[in-house]
Design a protein around this ligand. Structure first.
Ligand code: FDA
Length: 395
């Protein structure tokens, strides 16, 4: 039986950062992961450049049954703290859009940073490890049976992430541990994920797969995002759609404004007085990709008339179609392509200061396994850094 001060389950963003901090405080730390590589999601993230934080981190950008839970950790270890750390490792970065910070070179630099921090903390790493059994002894010690070795620890940190991308090692392990020790888990679902569409509309929109347009999109609860939307061969994607997917429930519509920066009534009036014989289609092609306009006509969302023929009822209808197009997704692409998992370990059982389970001394949950889910754009990695750091201070 090998003894550690801290065992961390999961060598992802939260687990590695927490282990490094704990190790640097002089604790003997073991990190266990089922994969053969550390930080696999980090390497995949941001198109290989890792969108490691956001300049505009704020609690309102996180979804949780308790919207206050994330506040303390985000305030104690901020985006500026992580940006400083990135600076210490001479990693060059740039802001892409909306405060999203990416490495100039490669996401590998963030993994290298975490590994260097772990080395400073003399952290032991066990990859390709399964946790075959986990028990809490009455002494308060956690006993873990791994393939090949048994270990014990007084502090167990679960940083095993959510369910998205099972191909990258995602498992429900963290939720099972929570339930084993009497903590509830909020229902989980795939989030930051593309929508799939029903057959008739899909058949038409598939033809414009690859077309992207700037939009605003509203969920039924009034949440709105203004970013771009991409038509795909399965349905809808792009940042606006990924964002709104976290607020969408099956059966609901999302409402899309395809011309968010144009007063469409005035546009049509002006076009009509200048070019009365121009077709509505060609006129709208000044605002939207022509192939999209053709598809909207094919879906009977726009009439096939000239501007002169367009009557006021039709004009009113077309304004509604373009500014409040109600689309009913038939689902999402699911965990296979989702960036994150909504829901998770119920925060009512955890301290927002230390991430320790209130009724199970020595058991901690950090990162995505917890019921805190950020927006697209570096918010989820910042949650991993902030929750890991706050937890490590308490170990
Ligand atoms: P994470 O999933 O990183 O790590 C969990 C670890 O636990 C994994 O290594 C896993 O193998 C291990 N594990 C799971 N079950 C286990 C078991 N039973 N036994 C042992 N080990 C186990 N966010 C962001 O802010 N900016 C971005 O650019 C992106 N981009 C992005 C791209 C893609 C493709 C995905 C899938 C996700 C993103 N994200 C993102 C989200 C971000 O990657 C995610 O929120 C964090 O990685 C969560 O960090 P955690 O450490 O909590 O889990």
């Amino acid at each position: 039986m090998e003894k550690f001060d801290v065992v961390v389950i999961g060598a992802g963003a939260a687990g590695l950062f927490c282990a490094a901090q704990a190790g640097q405080q002089g604790l003997k730390v073991l990190v266990v992961d089922n994969g053969k590589k550390v930080g696999r999601k980090i390497l995949m993230s941001g198109g290989g450049r890792c969108n490691f934080t956001n300049l505009y981190i704020e609690p309102a950008a996180y979804i949780s049954a308790n919207p206050h839970f994330c506040k303390s950790a985000l305030a104690r270890y901020t985006q500026w703290d992580f940006i400083d750390l990135v600076g210490k490792y001479n990693i060059n970065w740039h802001e892409k859009t909306l405060g999203q910070l990416f490495c100039d070179d490669s996401a590998q630099q963030i993994v290298d940073l975490l590994m260097a921090e772990c080395e400073l903390g003399k952290v032991t790493l066990r990859l390709r490890s399964e946790i075959l059994d986990l028990q809490r002894h009455e002494s308060g010690e956690y006993l873990l049976k791994l393939n090949g070795v048994n270990v014990s620890t007084r502090k167990l940190v679960v940083a095993s992430g959510g369910l998205s991308m099972p191909g990258l090692g995602a498992t429900p392990f963290g939720y099972k541990v929570a339930e084993q020790f009497g903590l509830s888990v909020k229902p989980v679902s795939a989030a930051l994920v593309p929508f799939t569409l029903h057959k008739p509309i899909l058949d038409t929109l598939q033809q414009i797969s690859g077309v992207a347009v700037p939009i605003t999109v509203d969920a039924a609860d009034g949440t709105r995002f203004k970013e771009s939307m991409l038509f795909t061969h399965r349905g809808l994607s792009g940042p606006a759609v990924l964002q709104i997917s976290s607020y969408w429930h099956p059966g609901q519509a999302v409402t899309i404004n395809l011309v968010p920066d144009t007063d469409i009534h005035s546009f049509i009036e002006a076009q009509r007085s200048e070019h009365p014989n121009l077709s509505l289609k060609n006129s709208l092609a000044c605002l939207l990709p022509k192939r999209l306009v053709d598809s909207l006509v094919e879906l009977s969302l726009l009439p096939e008339v000239t501007l002169k023929q367009l009557n006021s009822r039709q004009q009113q209808q077309l304004v509604e179609q373009l500014t409040a197009w109600a689309v009913y997704p038939n689902g999402t692409e699911g965990y296979r392509t989702a960036e994150v998992t909504l829901g998770g370990v119920d925060t009512q059982h955890l301290s927002s200061q230390t991430f320790e389970a209130r009724d199970v001394p020595g058991l901690y949950f950090i990162g995505e396994v917890v019921d805190v889910t950020g927006w697209l754009g570096g918010y989820n990695f910042q949650w991993a850094w902030s929750s890991a750091w706050a937890c490590a201070q308490a170990l």
